[in-house]
Design a binder for this molecule. Structure first.
Ligand code: PCP
Length: 383
């Protein structure tokens, strides 16, 4: 398989060759100096007004035990364009070769988390499951699903990611089971007879026939044990999916089966989810989360030997990112430890904090706290 191992990454092998060449030139010409390098994004994708910051834990693992100091916003925080999200202080050669991996962690995982967060806001209180591991290289499936979970997915489909996140994996049944059973009702019965009691009986009902009638057949077979049905209806047959779901809900209610939940999946994104939010109980989303547009962070030197300096188009100097606890507005100022007064009258705190000092990592929050921080922050922003 064509994968970079954790050792390859930690040894700086996954680096753009110009960093190796630069470090060599700096050494030979004795140009290496202590710098401050800042990560920020100039332009968010599409019409995004914010992003969710994910990938910090892996970046810190890369930078620990080196003569470096790292300030960053907490993992799961909201950030906006031109805001410093991470700053590394130390000898440039100490971290130069890791820039490729640092940005790789942050760009892809923040992209996934941001898309998950956007869908989280869109689906309101309905269930949102990450079903997209199958769309990406399996070596990064756990990183992708962790980012989706932090961004707001209620569950993930891959067993390994669920273990890492300390949650139960989420899933229903695939078309293959229905095809091999030869019939949706039979597949439902076989699944029910073979699964542990704690596995929800959610049956895929779009393989054969009409979704409404297949639902009734499966309900006839499983009765109160039927937890839900999933429509993954192919686009060639999708038609008015909302109307189909409303018909199913009517027929279930008529039979006192209001408890049977209805899930939708298959090619879902912001546009196709919106009209379904009021009629479904949950969504399984694959491609649009796992292959989400990256957030194209860049890393730029902003200080050399304590003196502010930056390339054209970049403000120099170490910075503070002040955020109002009440109205969530931000202001970027030259680094200062003095709290600021917000125009709304509340106080603003610098949300950039030290995560590594002299090579030592501070105690990091667990995944539940990171996700809670993201979900709490989402209340302050809109799409
Ligand atoms: C897909 C599979 C994924 C769903 C759809 C989300 O159906 O169930 O979990 O994928 P997407 O958002 O990337 O489209 P199929 O590919 O038909 O696979 P299966 O028969 O295994 O459900």
């Amino acid at each position: 398989m064509f994968v970079s191992t954790k050792e390859d990454i930690l040894n700086g092998k996954v680096t753009d060759v110009y960093f190796d060449r630069t470090v060599y030139t700096l050494k030979v010409k004795n140009l290496d100096k202590r710098v401050k390098a800042e990560v920020s994004v100039k332009k968010l994708p599409k019409n995004y007004k914010w992003g969710v910051f994910v990938g910090l834990e892996e970046v810190l693992e890369l930078l620990e035990n080196k003569d470096l100091n790292v300030r960053a916003i907490k993992e799961g925080s909201i950030f906006r364009e031109n805001e410093p999200v991470l700053e590394i202080e130390g000898l440039y050669s100490e971290f130069a070769k890791f820039e490729t991996a640092i940005l790789g962690f942050l760009c892809q995982e923040s992209g996934v988390a941001t898309k998950a967060a956007r869908l989280r806001k869109l689906v309101k209180n309905k269930q949102l499951l990450s079903f997209g591991a199958r769309r990406m290289h399996p070596a990064i499936a756990t990183a992708i699903e962790r980012a989706a979970y932090i961004g707001g997915c209620d569950g993930v489909s891959t067993v390994q990611a669920a273990n890492v996140l300390n949650i139960q994996p989420s899933g229903t049944i695939p078309h293959s089971l229905v095809l091999l059973a030869g019939d949706t009702k039979e597949a439902a019965k076989y699944f029910d007879e073979t699964m542990d009691g704690n596995v929800p009986r959610i049956i895929l009902i779009d393989t054969f026939g009409d979704e409404k009638f297949e639902t009734l057949r499966v309900y006839e077979a499983l009765g109160k044990k039927l937890a839900g049905v999933r429509l993954d209806t192919p686009s060639s047959r999708r038609g008015n999916l909302k109307a189909i779901i409303e018909e199913i809900r009517w027929e279930l209610a008529l039979r006192g089966a209001d408890n049977v939940k209805i899930f939708a999946s298959g090619g879902l994104d912001e546009e196709t989810i919106e009209p379904l939010v009021d009629v479904v109980d949950g969504f399984g989303v694959g491609t649009s989360i796992s292959s989400a547009t990256t957030i194209d962070f860049s890393m730029d030197i902003v200080e050399i030997d304590g003196k502010p300096i930056a390339k054209k188009g970049k403000n120099s100097g170490s910075k503070s990112l002040f955020r109002c606890k009440k109205c969530f507005s931000d202001i970027v100022l030259p680094y200062t430890s003095k709290p600021q007064e917000c125009s709304c009258g509340s106080t603003m705190e610098d949300i950039l904090e030290y995560f590594v000092q002299k090579g030592k990592i501070v105690e990091l929050p667990d995944i539940k706290n990171i996700r809670e921080h993201a979900l709490t922050s989402l209340r302050f922003v809109d799409l």
